[in-house]
Design a protein around this ligand. Structure first.
Ligand code: ATR
Length: 276
């Protein structure tokens, strides 16, 4: 029987997941269908029970339910528990298990375009301290020799991110001004806030025009394709990557978890590029 997957969120009609997932099933002969579900917050628990009752094998979770979904799942992975946010759920042995793939998807996207071994001794600037920053920090901080500066408008929030992994001794919390003043020291930058996203495309949380030219700058935003942050990085001569590959990697990881099929990230990226 055809398997059913989906995404829950509110609003959900702009989600690209149905398009990329269904296209990928077709290209890879996976007998499944992916559906977006608009859920009202007061119905969240019922919605999850309903998805289980009708046998939905896996679903993504997006705004505003990434935190709220936790109490309604049977189990939650170590990473998702730490971050208190789930963005992928898998039905396994009759149980809904929650995961957070943001950090892993980001790492895998960066790894594709940058030699990951370089990561072992890099100076990294993480800009922002929201949900995406937490997940990315948690993944990055698994590399003990990476020096991570978390730059954020509110230092307290950045400190909460640092506390996600206190065994990483190489993390500093700094202001955006401090980050800007030492921008030429970084090898890898990751912009995790929604600043610069369409339609406010001229905004950036930090000026990075004096970045070194062999640095790598990543922005999790994919609309526009090049944010002001990435434009400045490119002008400085740095290598850049927008959020599209992270989005594709996220979807690749879901398909692997749900169906055990390893689909090609470049193929998925192509679908995305054709539609954005
Ligand atoms: P999420 O939805 O993942 O929590 P978000 O709302 O996209 O995150 O972004 C939150 C991040 O953007 C935070 O780091 C926030 O800074 P604060 O912790 O100081 O609130 C940052 N942010 C939002 N607006 C900002 C602005 N105008 N200037 C600087 N940083 C800003």
């Amino acid at each position: 029987m055809q398997e059913l997957f989906g995404v829950i969120g509110n609003p959900i009609r702009h989600s690209l997941s149905p398009l990329i997932q269904n296209q990928s099933y077709q290209l890879n002969n996976i007998d499944a269908h992916f559906q977006a579900f608009h859920v009202e917050e007061e119905n969240l628990e019922h919605a999850i029970k309903g998805l289980k009752a009708i046998g939905v094998k896996g679903f993504m979770v997006t705004v505003p339910f990434k935190n709220k979904v936790l109490p309604y799942l049977d189990e939650v992975s170590e990473t998702a528990k730490k971050i208190q946010a789930v963005n992928v759920v898998h039905l396994f042995n009759g149980k809904y298990i929650g995961y957070n793939f943001d950090g892993r998807a980001w790492l895998s996207a960066v790894e594709e375009d940058m030699e990951i071994n370089e990561l072992t001794s890099q100076n990294v600037l993480l800009v922002g301290a929201g949900g995406a920053a937490q997940s990315i920090y948690y993944s990055l901080s698994q590399y003990p020799n990476v020096k991570i500066d978390i730059g954020n408008r509110t230092k307290e929030k950045a400190d909460n991110v640092r506390r996600l992994n206190l065994s990483h001794k190489n993390t500093d919390v700094i202001s955006l001004d401090e980050a800007e003043a030492r921008i030429d020291k970084y090898d890898l930058l990751v912009q995790t806030t929604s600043i610069g996203m369409f339609p406010n495309v001229e905004n950036t949380p930090i000026n990075i025009s004096s970045l070194k030219k062999d640095a790598f700058a990543s922005d999790i935003i994919y609309n526009p394709k090049a944010t002001e942050f990435l434009k400045q990085a490119k002008e400085a001569g740095a290598q850049i990557q927008n959020g599209m590959k992270m989005l594709a990697s996220q979807n690749v990881l879901c398909i692997k978890k749900w169906t055990n099929n390893q689909v090609d990230v470049e193929e998925m990226l192509k679908t995305l590029e054709e539609h954005l």
